[in-house]
Design a protein around this ligand. Structure first.
Ligand code: 0A1
Ligand code: ZN
Length: 881
């Protein structure tokens, strides 16, 4: 009856009857131009009165279906006339069906909810003494009965009432209309948001906070009030977030001509939040981890992430809020585009290279793995059971790669013209990915029909490339594309793939390719190009800057890769070549029973010998000296034994570190000696610290006895969190006793800082030792740990399951069982977080059968559990079919 299904399932439920399909979209039968909400706050029983002005748009329909979950209905009226249950309306656990054949009417519904008992952190919840809402994707139905779908846009007036004087701020979207206290000491704040919005952008926050204030003058001269609310005593940690917001506001004006629309922009930081942040109109809610920063508590990486997430949420004001999604299958319309915009911003603010490398790692480590898993889906999914399961690296990050390809194809100007047309056509509307691509096409006079397959086809295209000699001294480069069948789609088509190509001769000099923008666009399953030169002497560089989200197969020799590292003029290509080289060595040692053979040793020695000759900026050098993650190596192999691979990985890392340790020690001392400036999040300083910490880590990996003193010294002298954490990470691979001693001192120092303690939990959970499981039990009993706090759960259990190969993939399956046991508990508290945490158990396709079998045992156990959430059910059932 109501438009969604239940949250509690048994394994006998049929998946099909529960999921929704994209093609089944139906336009709304009714619209709600205005909604007036009144909240009387109480932790146990908050009263919600919802007055909706409703207009029927389909007069063949004489009833309306409203979503509502876990609500206590107290009152329901149409045009002030009370309705009778089972006569005028019907109710079940998904919502209401109301009989009504009026064209225009006012529907008033009152209900109560219990914020304090809401541990799902969806809807209205109460934590750390504050009320907070999270409505995306379908959380509004846990607050009040409504059409909980993104294509119903309403003007909201919100009245918040309380007699709790400790709640100094009562906030909602839009502008504050009034703030009064009546004679019974009831305070009442009224907010009105003049921009029609879907209910997923509604927000309410009530609590006691410290407030940072600032102003921003827009390009048209309007003054916007900026307010940042943080927990009491944390004001000193909010400035970077506020500065980031102003940068983002200016950047969007300069880059896309987009100006902020309301007179006030508020951000609230909370400790209990399921995701990173939420773009509610004019009232963003942030996980405090992505707001709070000072040099003592946040690393350079934290500073980077805060800047980028603050910008992401701000950019949503246009890409997401002013133009929103018609239905949730279109999520990438706002997310892919906004991630692309935040990447552009980070590249401009910090560094194009580092931003790009970071993004490529996300794709290779996480998105490729998702595509190879039972959860594989296109960036615009076709079938969904639980929408929260589709806030994925595919929708977000692959979605951003698809937008990036459009940008490459249309150029900066053409892309901007497309964006302008998109806003001109669709401001104030709820639209589809097709509408977006159409605007890009119409503004540029280009046919994007083939390109659009990226929206509907899942899987990672694999491009195999071969070089051969042709007539007239020409070299033929042959390309073949193939996409393996995925769990959701058996048949694949050739996609439109822009491949950036560069060719070097044996001395590293660039050879002209004659390709426009150095880009070859592969549109068929096979094609080739000719360039001048000898196939045996050319060193080609493919997919520069990761010009498409694909895998490349080309059989490089070690010599060719070294040629690129030493001679290519593009830093990204150098990084890519080192990653390839490292992977080749790790694979070869893995296949050789974890022994280093003479060829690998020789190539490692050549690379180590050429490091001192590479006069490169610190940021590049630091990247070149960092191995690819173990996860990205697993993603490139089949039937992997992760424990053996880890051994091979450590072996290569240690050998390379040991043969270059003198160079690294010298370089480390050199940088450390210059380090006397007060901390600033400033590019040169950040890059210096990055390189220094990479060096320290490698020195530790070499096992050199000098490492101990250096680590201790750096830990003690550190004037900032980046260096402190750098020392701890080095200690973690160097010596457990040293690590434990430093961790104890770290805990004493930061015990009262929740965000910093997350780092402490994560470090403990990632120590590579088989008896970690009993230590995890102890850590769960730590006074700072709570299963109700997603940050803590992610830090401890997430770090173990995602990144601790030795402890998680134990040969007896005990690591898998540990996670499954934990998920059974967590699912009852917060299904959304449980469902994200199951990822390492469902991404098993690259593992050796013996590991897969042990994982399946745990998945079957979970599947048999009573009352499993829809979130976990959807994922597990996909694994077990
Ligand atoms: N739209 C937000 C992310 C977000 C999504 C879902 C949430 O709860 C289920 C919370 C936040 C963004 O892209 O930043
Ligand atoms: Zn977003």
């Amino acid at each position: 009856m109501a438009s969604d299904s239940g949250s509690s399932l048994t394994n006998t439920d049929s998946e099909h009857s529960l999921s929704k399909k994209r093609i089944d979209y139906k336009a709304p039968t009714h619209l709600v131009p205005n909604i007036h909400l009144t909240f009387e706050l109480d932790p146990n029983e908050t009263r919600v009165k919802n007055v909706m002005q409703i207009r029927r748009v389909d007069n063949s329909v004489d009833f309306l279906v409203l979503d509502g979950e876990g609500l206590q209905l107290t009152d329901i009226m149409i045009d002030s006339v009370p309705l009778t249950l089972d006569v005028d309306f019907w109710k079940d656990e998904h919502g209401l069906r109301i009989q009504c054949n009026k064209d225009e009417f006012t529907l008033t519904i009152s209900n109560t909810i219990s914020p304090i008992n809401n541990t799902s952190l969806e809807g209205l919840y109460f934590s750390n003494g504050a009320y907070c809402t999270q409505c995306e994707a379908e959380g509004f139905r846990k607050i009040s009965y409504f059409f909980d779908r993104p294509d119903i846009l309403s003007i909201y007036t919100v009245c918040i009432r309380t007699n709790d004087t400790s709640l100094s701020y009562l906030l909602s979207n839009g502008n504050l209309i009034s703030d009064n206290v009546n004679d019974t000491n009831m305070r009442e704040c009224i907010w009105r948001d003049p921009f029609p919005k879907p209910c997923y952008l509604f927000a309410l926050v009530a609590g006691h906070f410290d407030k940072l204030e600032d102003k921003f003058v827009t390009m048209s001269g309007r003054t916007i009030e900026l307010l940042l609310f943080v927990d009491e005593g944390r004001k000193g940690q909010g400035q970077h977030a506020l500065d980031s917001l102003k940068k983002a506001m200016r950047w969007d004006e300069e880059t896309y001509g987009l100006e902020y629309d309301l007179d006030i922009y508020m951000i609230v930081a909370v400790d209990f939040f399921n995701m990173g942040a939420m773009e509610n109109k004019g009232l963003n809610v942030f996980n405090s981890k992505f707001v709070l920063a000072d040099s003592n508590t946040a690393t350079d990486e934290d500073y980077f992430n805060i800047e980028s997430i603050i910008a992401h949420e701000y950019f949503h004001n246009w890409t997401g809020n002013r133009v929103t999604c018609r239905d949730w299958f279109q999520l990438s319309l706002k997310e892919g585009l906004t991630v692309f915009r935040d990447q552009q911003f980070s590249a401009d603010m910090f560094s194009p290279l580092i931003t790009r490398i970071g993004q490529v790692k996300v794709m290779r480590e996480h998105q490729f793995a998702e595509d190879a898993s039972p959860m594989s889906h296109p960036i615009r999914p076709d079938e969904v059971m639980e929408m929260n399961n589709f806030y994925t690296v595919t929708v977000y990050d692959k979605g951003a790669e698809v937008i990036r390809m459009l940008h490459t194809l249309l150029g900066k100007r053409g892309f901007r013209q497309g964006m302008d047309l998109y806003f001109k056509r669709h401001d104030g509307q709820a639209v589809t990915c097709d509408d977006f691509v159409q605007a890009m096409q119409d503004a540029n006079d280009i046919d994007l029909a083939h390109f659009k397959l990226w929206y509907s086809q899942s899987g990672t295209p694999e491009i195999s490339i071969e070089l051969s000699n042709d007539e007239d001294n020409m070299c033929r480069i042959g390309f073949r594309q193939f996409t393996q069948a995925t769990a959701d789609q058996a048949h694949k088509q050739a996609l439109y793939v822009p491949i950036k190509v560069q060719c070097l001769n044996a001395d590293g000099k660039a050879i002209k390719t004659g390709l426009a923008n150095d880009t070859f666009v592969l549109t068929d399953s096979a094609d080739s190009i000719l360039i001048l030169g000898d196939a045996n002497k050319i060193t080609p560089v493919f997919l520069q800057d990761f010009s498409a989200p694909v895998k490349i197969h080309f059989d490089y020799s070690g010599k060719q890769l070294l040629n690129i590292i030493l001679n290519a003029n593009n830093h990204y290509s150098k990084w890519e070549a080192t990653q390839q080289l490292f992977f080749t060595w790790i694979k070869s040692v893995y296949l050789n029973e974890c022994k280093l053979n003479a060829k690998v040793k020789e190539e490692l020695t050549t690379l180590a010998g050429s490091l001192p000759e590479l006069t490169l900026p610190d940021e590049v050098l630091a990247q070149l000296m960092t191995l690819p993650s173990l996860e990205s190596c697993i993603a490139k192999l089949e039937q992997v034994n992760p424990l053996q691979l880890n051994k091979a990985y450590i072996k290569v890392r240690a050998y390379l570190a040991s043969i270059s340790v003198n160079y690294m020690l010298k370089h480390y001392h050199n940088i450390n000696g210059k380090n006397d400036l007060p901390y600033a999040y400033q590019r040169q300083q950040v890059n210096g610290r990055k390189l220094k910490n990479v060096l320290l880590f490698n020195i530790a990996c070499s096992g050199n006895e000098l490492a101990s003193a250096l680590i201790k010294q750096q830990f003690e002298d550190a004037s900032n969190m980046t260096d402190k954490l750098g020392a701890l990470k080095a200690a973690q691979v160097y010596n457990i006793d040293l690590f434990d001693a430093l961790m104890l001192s770290f805990e004493e120092q930061y015990t009262n800082d929740a965000v910093v303690m997350d780092k402490w939990f994560a470090l403990h959970a990632s120590i590579e030792k088989p008896d970690l499981l009993s230590q995890l039990d102890l850590l769960q009993a730590h006074k700072q740990f709570s299963i109700t706090n997603p940050n803590k759960v992610r830090s401890l259990i997430g770090s173990f399951a995602f990144y601790n190969t030795v402890a998680f993939h134990q040969a007896d399956g005990s690591g898998y069982k540990y996670l499954a046991d934990y998920l059974l508990q967590l699912d009852k508290v917060n299904p959304q977080v449980a469902s994200r945490l199951i990822t390492p158990l469902i991404q098993y396709s690259q593992l050796e059968n013996s590991f897969q079998e042990k994982i399946i045992v745990q998945l079957q156990r979970l599947y048999g559990a009573k009352g499993l959430s829809k979130d976990l059910f959807e994922k597990i059932s996909k694994c077990l079919i």
